[in-house]
Write a protein that binds this ligand. Structure first.
Ligand code: CMC
Length: 431
């Protein structure tokens, strides 16, 4: 990586200029380092939505949006999806390398032995109304982990950071399942440490006292694959939120709780829930045309949920894998979901429509994931929670990378002020 090139920026109105270093990474576009700009010219840069702004250097995940490439630590997502497991991918994201046999055994053992949550955290749920959204309960419960582990956590200590990562990856499925069971008024299930990560989660979700649960290997495989695909996605809104909160020195539980709330929005992780609701609202393939018309109408705020991406302008490589898996899983589970017909018709109609073609709007990862979750018996309101379980691995890897980067500063953007100029206070009886 050479940082020797530069870009010169001249303000022609006053002749002030700035020589800005050009930073090159391993692959991907070079970045103009604008840090000296304000000192040299007195100007800020303006980039709402951060379309042209790299907020950090990172060695975790690489995306090429034009080519539809996604790699974790250099490994293509297609290879990881085919050959790896969610826990191995979590290790890779956290440590930078794939584990050997004994490293993986230690990691799996550590995760397995931190799956329990305190009984007092379980009682915390009783404060929620019965119909609370699981994402609200998840965010609050994860934030509350700070109260359990705050005193013995030093964010500047590498061992403490590692322990926090293990705790979060281990406890997230336990908390997620508790959110679901509280909403259906079922007794909570303790994590079964003789089961693997995904099976353990399915057991905590679906086991009822009245009959034994038979775990489906097809369901477990599908869920593990979805977790791999959702594990990280570089500086997306929720990861950037985790980093911004982390930059203040806040503890990892508070940082990740903030990431969960950012994920919840329908433009981000909440899209999987929104896709299913949209497909249900469309109802039948013959109503697809009307839906596409509405999505193009600028006077109608209806959008095709599960379509479009800030970075992918060719195709979302995760969507390609999920689409294939969706058909396979439904066939293997013997599920005949008419919503799949609606989804396929919608995809076909949008892909040949000029509006979507010109704007490079393709199905994203969330377009098909909801149909798979539904086939696995996961209720719609839990879809974004599923995304959060997986993304926890990425969030905490970024939080750790941020703390390991020398010279990290608090994130503090500037603004273009467009409010009133200075004016004098008028007493209330004179207004
Ligand atoms: N349906 C209809 N029109 C759309 C859509 C859509 N889903 N997405 C973008 N557009 C239009 C938009 O109206 C704009 O049109 P115009 O140029 O005429 O003003 C143009 O396409 C560019 O859109 P944008 O909103 O400027 O793009 P963005 O990069 O800011 O937003 C997005 C990206 C994902 C938020 C957006 O495409 C969207 O809202 N999609 C639906 C929600 C969704 O599926 N989100 C999940 C993202 S993938 C999971 C994750 O990683 O979070």
């Amino acid at each position: 990586m050479s940082d020797s090139k530069s870009v010169k920026l001249v303000d022609e109105s006053n002749g002030r200029s700035s020589e800005l270093p050009l930073l090159t990474g391993t692959i991907g576009p070079a970045c103009i380092d604008i840090a000296p700009l304000y000192k040299d010219t007195g100007h800020f840069t303006y980039d709402p939505g951060f379309g042209s702004t790299a907020s950090t250097k990172s060695a975790i995940t690489y995306i090429d949006g034009d080519q539809g490439v996604l790699m974790y630590r250099g490994y293509p997502i297609e290879q990881l999806a085919e050959k790896s497991s969610f826990l191995e991918v979590s290790y890779l994201l956290l440590n930078g390398e794939l584990p050997n046999k004994s490293q993986f055994a230690t990691f799996e053992n550590d995760i397995t032995h931190h799956t329990m949550i305190h009984e007092s955290l379980k009682r915390f749920f009783e404060g929620f109304h019965h119909d609370a959204h699981p994402m609200a309960m998840l965010a609050a419960s994860v934030a509350s982990l700070s109260a359990f582990y705050h005193d013995d956590l030093d964010v500047d200590n590498a061992e403490d950071r590692k322990l926090a990562a293990i705790r979060l990856i281990a406890k997230m499925p336990t908390i997620a399942a508790a959110c679901y069971r509280y909403s259906v008024d079922w007794p909570f299930r303790y994590p079964r440490n003789n089961l693997e990560y995904v099976d353990r989660f399915l057991h905590m979700m679906f086991e009822v006292p009245s009959e034994p649960l038979t775990l489906s290997p097809v369901a477990a495989k599908a869920l593990d694959l979805l977790f791999i695909l959702h594990a990280d996605h570089e500086q997306n809104a929720s990861t950037s939120t985790v980093r911004l909160v982390g930059s203040t020195g806040a503890n990892p539980y508070a940082s990740i709780a903030a990431g969960i709330t950012a994920l919840w929005g329908p433009a981000h992780g909440g899209a999987n829930e929104a896709v299913l609701k949209m497909l249900e609202e469309i109802g039948t393939p013959d109503k697809v045309e009307t839906a596409v018309k509405r999505a193009k109408d600028k006077n109608d705020n209806f959008r095709l949920m599960g379509f479009g991406h800030r970075v992918y302008k060719n195709f979302d490589p995760r969507a390609k894998i999920i689409r294939e898996m969706c058909h396979k899983v439904l066939a293997e589970l013997g599920v005949n979901d008419p919503l799949l017909d609606v989804a396929m018709k919608l995809e076909e109609a949008a892909l040949k429509d000029d509006y979507f073609v010109e704007r490079k709007l393709y199905p994203n990862v969330d377009f098909y994931s909801g149909i798979i979750y539904k086939a696995l018996g996961i209720p719609t309101e839990m879809f974004t929670v599923m995304f959060a379980i997986a993304r926890t691995a990425g969030w905490i890897a970024h939080w750790i990378e941020q703390h390991e980067t020398p010279g990290s500063r608090i994130g503090r953007p500037r603004q273009l002020y467009v409010g009133s100029d200075k004016r004098d206070y008028t007493p209330m009886d004179k207004r």
